[in-house]
Every structure is written in C-alpha cells, then in structure tokens.
Design a protein around this ligand. Structure first.
Ligand code: FRU
Length: 518
C-alpha cells in the first residue's frame, strides 16, 4: 500500500509491473542553463517563433488547410500593434507560420474576429470562380467591425474599401464571430458590447450590410468586468434521440473560477434571430476551470462529413500574460479540442476531448489493466520520462481521500493532477510546479467539481513542456494550466491519502514533437 509522506514525496512500493513498451526514453542533461526559448517552448502546442500572441482568431478550414490567426505584435513580446499572425496546418497539430496577414495601420489595430469561406460568393469578393476567404475583425480606435478578403488561400489579404461594415460609435464593441445560418440563408454575426455584458446579433446577405437582430445578456458569471470573444454554434446532444442545442461561449476578462480571465458558456436555442438561454440567468457554466484558457474559438467550414466542432483557446491569463518567462516568444494556444454536448442529471453540459489528430503524437506506450496503485508507482519510477506525456487513467475509488499523478516531479517540485473525495473535485495543483515567479497568484491549486459515476473517475492528461491539460469525467470538466518546471524535474509519480484507487485501465504515452516546431 502506498502512503503519502510529503506532498511531493511518494513512498516506494514493491509490486509486480506489466510493461507493454520496451525501450526507455532518454532524458537530456540538466538544461537549466539553456535559454528559455528551449526550456519552455511547447513541443506540440502552437507558439509563434517570436513575439507576442494572444487570442486565436479567424479559424477557418478552407477545404484543404486549417487556418489559425492570432492576435500578434510583429515588433515585440509585449501586447501592442495588434495584427493577425497567420499559420496553416493540414492536421491541426503541425503548424506552418506564414507572413502576418493583417497589420495594424494608421493607428487602427486589428483586434479579434472570425473568418468564413464565402462559398456562394455572396460578398462578390470572389474572382474567376474562386470562393473568397473573408475575415471579419474589429478595428480598434472606436471599435468597429471590418472585412478583409483573400482569393489565394489566405496568402494575401485585401481590406474592403467600404470598411467599416458595422459602426455603432462604441468604444467597446468587439470580437465579431460570423457564420452562415442555413435555415434563414443569411450570415449571422455575434459581437460583444463588452462593458455592458451583452452580445448583439446581426444578419447580412453579403457580409457587408448588417442589420441588428437582437441582444443577449447580462447573464451568468457575476463580477465579470467585460464580455469578450463570443462564439456561437450548434451541437448534437450525444445521449438523446437527435436533440440539438446551441452553445454560446464568452470570455470574461477577470474573476473566473481560477482567478483572472476565463470562459463561460450558455446552452439554449437560436432561431437565426435570437438566443434563448435554457437556464436561469444567474447560472454560470465554465468551459474550463484552469487559469489558462481564454478567448476560445472554433473552426468554421469543417465539412458535414466530418461534423466536428473543434476549438482552440489562448493558453494564458490576462493576470500575468505579460510576465511569462519565455523568450523570444510569449503566448501559446491550447491543444485542439473536439466539443460535444451531453445530457447530465444537472442539465445539458459541454464536453471537450483532445481532437483525434493529437493521437498521431503518441510514441512509446505503457498500458496497465486491473492494477494496483503500487503497480503504477513502480512502473512510473522504473524509467526516465521525456517532458511530453499523455496519461489516460480510469480509476475505481476505494474509500480514497485524495490521490492522483505527479508530473514534472523532482526532489522538491512537482505538479499534482488528482481527485479529492472530500470536495468531490478534480484539480491541478501548481503550487510547487517550479521555482519561476510569474506573479503573485500563479502558484495555486485549481479545482473543478465532478460527478463520480459507478465509483469511477477518468483522468486524461496532456503534458507539454510548459502546460498541463486535464480532461476529466469524459470531458465534462477540463482544467488547463501553464507550468514552468525545472528541466531536471521529469519524473512521474502517484500519491494517495486514504486508500489507493484501483486502476481499471491506465495508458501512458510519450509524445513526439510536432513537425516544424522551433
Ligand atoms: C481578448 C481581447 C479581445 C480583443 C483582443 C485584443 O483577449 O481583449 O476582446 O479583441 O483581446 O488583443
């Protein structure tokens, strides 16, 4: 039986171990002297080669490539000169950075927005039978909505000479998300009136002329300083007979569940004109309970034959984004996640799982079935691990109080990813993740409630050089946190207070670097 000694020390257990993998993974020499460019550079999350990024924007699949734009400062690793950087990928995993798509000009910065493929050339921007890609973004002065188009797969962009396409003479009216609403055969825009805690809906026949439809809000989280980056989409509810619901995601700039910026969502109906929340206005649903998940967006134009709604977010927090200890870049995105809805006892809830393309990163594999915690501990301690790991564990609770995995573990550091039976929550505890001081609130434990079913829980963890993403309860709960561990601390371990859980299934993979990474 394993017994907890100190929070970062695990008692050695003698036990039988079953390996499905052979060779061990080599660990590089202590790299504390390496520049931050190497130490914290994610190997499978997107980060720019250099300079600052925040929100993902303009996510569109054009039939052969996924496009990812980001809020980007072409000149420095601090926020400013907001422009749209541009990257493309065939598989959502390996990204190729292209020249900046839209640069700030004449003092007007290019804030967040979305992009669509105008297959019917309703805008008239298409030429010679080529359907244009159209970006709808906020121009930041007084905040107005604007259009730009490309007829060469996003390689060059022209601004619409009739810009702005929408001007309410407001200073905080931003982040337009545009999509084609098939039942009413028109474009719909949802944009936030940030300080009034409202989103506004508009429609357009051609992406140029917009007519106001309705408003939604305030609702949900109290204490939000603003509403930003709305995202609206429809999803099937998995365990129902064909029911579909609309999800409205919204960023709030502060006072989220882990402190600082966070993303909430509403579930309801949208008839092409108005969004009606299914829940009472004071109900708050969080997309992610970690500190580092903001400004989430979803790809438009994914073919119906695929049918997925795939999201990505800025893996960061406005509380300390300008202090991250990385150079020459600052900012990264989460892994791509496939979204779903599930009917639960409490109502219809959002689920997120890593996009299946992430499985291509899996390398060496260890699996255990019907094992003890001691077996797991022995297996984990008998090899060297790289910095990038995926763990997927289905665990049976046995009067257990508090247990979990320690990642990036060393003699006095480690990040705990576990379950606390007293509070019935899962958590990521980065209070001892490393010795880097990012800000006063960084060293913290972030918890999320889960509903234990049949006495079992599932912890699915993606670990990159400077982040942990936890998908628990089959994706009903996620916790996304940045960490800045010491390079030497690469062990994996387990801990348990009270009875250890029984391991129904455990899979551990080492993860490969994505191609084209710096
Ligand atoms: C969200 C946000 C957006 C805005 C952008 C500016 O993180 O504040 O509302 O468009 O960042 O960079």
């Amino acid at each position: 039986m394993c017994r907890l000694r100190a929070w970062f020390q695990i008692t050695a257990c003698a036990c039988a171990v079953s390996f499905c993998s052979s060779s061990s993974v080599s660990v590089a020499a202590n790299a504390q002297e390496q520049p931050n460019a190497t130490i914290y550079r994610p190997t499978f999350h997107f980060s720019p080669e250099k300079n600052w990024i925040n929100d993902p924007a303009g996510l569109v699949f054009d039939g052969s490539e996924y496009h990812l734009f980001n809020q980007y400062n072409p000149f420095s690793d601090q926020w400013g000169h907001m422009s749209w950087s541009h990257s493309v990928s065939k598989d959502l995993v390996s990204w190729q950075e292209l020249p900046v798509a839209l640069k700030d000009e004449n003092g007007i910065a290019i804030f967040t927005g979305s992009a669509v493929l105008d297959a019917g050339n309703t805008s008239g921007f298409g030429k010679n039978g080529i359907s244009p890609l159209i970006a709808i973004y906020t121009g930041n002065g007084l905040q107005t909505q604007n259009a730009a188009y490309s007829i060469d797969h996003g390689r060059t962009w022209s601004r619409y000479e009739g810009n702005p396409v929408l001007d309410l003479h407001e200073s905080d009216f931003r982040d337009p998300m545009v999509f084609w609403h098939e039942p009413t055969k028109r474009w719909v825009m949802v944009a936030s009136l940030a300080l009034k805690h409202k989103v506004l809906f508009f429609s357009s026949p051609d992406l140029k002329i917009w007519t106001k439809l309705s408003e939604f809000g305030p609702a949900g989280a109290n204490g939000a300083p603003n509403w930003e980056c709305p995202n609206l989409f429809q999803l099937p509810v998995a365990n129902t007979a064909g029911q579909k619901k609309w999800v409205l995601e919204l960023g709030i700039g502060d006072n989220g569940p882990a402190g600082g910026s966070a993303t909430q969502y509403f579930v309801g109906e949208f008839d092409g004109t108005k969004f009606i929340d299914d829940n009472p206005p004071n109900q708050t649903l969080w997309v992610d309970y970690g500190s580092d998940f903001y400004a989430a967006q979803t790809w438009s134009n994914i073919p119906a034959s695929d049918g997925r709604r795939i999201a990505i977010a800025w893996m960061d927090n406005w509380k300390y984004a300008d202090k991250l200890p990385t150079s020459p870049w600052r900012g990264q995105t989460t892994s791509p996640r496939t979204l779903g809805l599930l009917q639960t006892r409490d109502g219809i809830r959002l689920t997120q799982v890593p996009a299946k393309e992430m499985e291509a990163l899996r390398d060496e594999h260890v699996q255990m079935r019907m094992a003890t915690w001691a077996d797991v501990e022995s297996m984990l301690s008998r090899r060297d691990w790289p910095e990038t790991i995926e763990i997927d564990a289905e665990l049976q609770l046995e009067d257990s109080q508090d247990f979990g995995f320690v990642v990036r573990k060393g003699s006095s550091y480690g990040t705990r990813v576990g379950y606390d039976a007293t509070w019935r929550d899962v958590y990521v505890d980065r209070t001892h993740s490393g010795d880097v001081i990012v800000g006063p609130t960084f060293a913290a434990k972030h918890e999320a409630p889960i509903a234990v079913q049949n006495g079992r829980i599932r912890l699915h963890i993606l670990l990159d050089r400077s982040s942990v993403e936890l998908f628990a309860d089959n994706g009903l709960v996620t916790i996304t946190d940045l960490i800045y561990p010491r390079t030497v601390d690469r062990e994996l371990g387990v801990y348990a207070a009270g009875k250890s859980p029984l391991v129904i299934a455990l899979d551990v993979w080492t993860l490969k670097r994505r191609a084209g990474q710096y």
